[in-house]
Design a protein around this ligand. Sequence first.
Ligand SMILES: Nc1ncnc2c1ncn2[C@@H]1O[C@H](COP(=O)(O)OP(=O)(O)OP(=O)(O)O)[C@@H](O)[C@H]1O
Ligand SMILES: C=C(C)CCOP(=O)(O)O
Length: 250
Amino acid sequence: MTVVLKLGGSVITDKDEPETVDRAALSAAVSAVAESPVGDDIVVVHGGGSFGHHHAAEHGVSTTAGTHDVDGVRAIHGAMCRLNAAVVDALADAGVPAVPVHPFSAATRDADGDLSLPTRQVETLLDEGFVPVLHGDLVAHAGAGATVLSGDELVVELAPAVDADRVGVCSTVSGVLDDDGTVIDRIETFEAVAAALGESEATDVSGGMAGKVRALLSLSAPALVFGPDALPAFLAGESPGTTIAGGDAD
Ligand SMILES: Nc1ncnc2c1ncn2[C@@H]1O[C@H](COP(=O)(O)OP(=O)(O)OP(=O)(O)O)[C@@H](O)[C@H]1O
Ligand SMILES: C=C(C)CCOP(=O)(O)O
């Protein structure tokens, strides 16, 4: 049973305070992973929260708007590496064999914006008993300098590469919400929910929930979007929150 889990940056950081880890939330998420029946057969991805998004917004960088400003690149990537170190340290302290993997060192986008992410190191690390921990980052982008690479895009690349049986995206909300604020059980097309989908309430350069749903719909296997309280249930094999099933498989 291989699991790909994204911990939202909004979950593990205080999104209103630049570069601030939400220690209680990180510790709860780490405990859920450490105590999970999945064991070490898990790839963890985390988002930017108040680390990446804050710096990216300051430098005008998003998933489509790039920069050639070297100070901006170092600030955004550096902040994400600091958050990654905090996540890896917390997992390691809880006994999880977590190791960092930095996407900026490996990924590229071509001039059409199509992403290429080598995954053999992640597959091999997993096979060798490590828990790879990747993060939303910057990516070298032909013709644009560097653009933001969201953790949701990483999930979409990694899930088929490691043949994930389950894909979970833990965000601050208990699922994708409809206009009335009720959790939508299942989403199969973007059009069916487009009107209800907005951007993030916090600083976010990767499209908020709309960007997340669009990305996850491109997976052939279903993905679950759920809130922090439901993380132990997801890891125990339950299906909390919203199931996003764009592909044929179910
Ligand atoms: N229809 C909707 N249902 C649920 N959340 C929505 C909806 N429309 C907009 N949102 C916003 O999207 C946010 C989730 O997206 P966001 O990108 O902030 O999450 P994240 O992945 O946890 O964080 P990060 O991008 O830092 O990793 C919610 O907190 C909410 O503010
Ligand atoms: C802002 C940066 C650098 C990473 C964004 O990753 P996300 O929070 O998963 O969208």
